[in-house]
Write a protein that binds this ligand. Structure first.
Ligand code: HEM
Length: 54
């Protein structure tokens, strides 16, 4: 699993949107991203960018 520490909210939210739409092929993330709405993805991305990244 890639580390998300230090990534911008735009990068994370953009990746989740691409996984969700299928524009970016992946193994597990396509399925995980489909579980979140656009707003929820943005909230997760903002949280991680604010220092919540594992
Ligand atoms: C809300 C929780 C999660 C978020 C926000 C998230 C976000 C991301 C992002 C932004 C990337 C792209 C990283 C890059 O460009 O290098 C990624 C890739 C990846 N993540 Fe997640 N992730 C989450 C949960 C998980 C979980 C639970 C797993 C494993 C069970 C996982 C496994 C992976 C893997 C294997 C990749 C590489 C792409 C793929 O093959 O699917 N992620 N994730």
């Amino acid at each position: 699993m890639p580390s998300l520490a230090g990534r911008s909210a735009e990068e994370v939210a953009g990746a989740l949107a691409a996984f969700r739409s299928g524009a970016r092929p992946a193994t597990v993330m396509t399925r995980i991203a489909k579980g979140f709405s656009e707003d929820e993805s943005r909230a997760i991305a903002d949280y991680l960018a604010a220092g919540g990244a594992p």
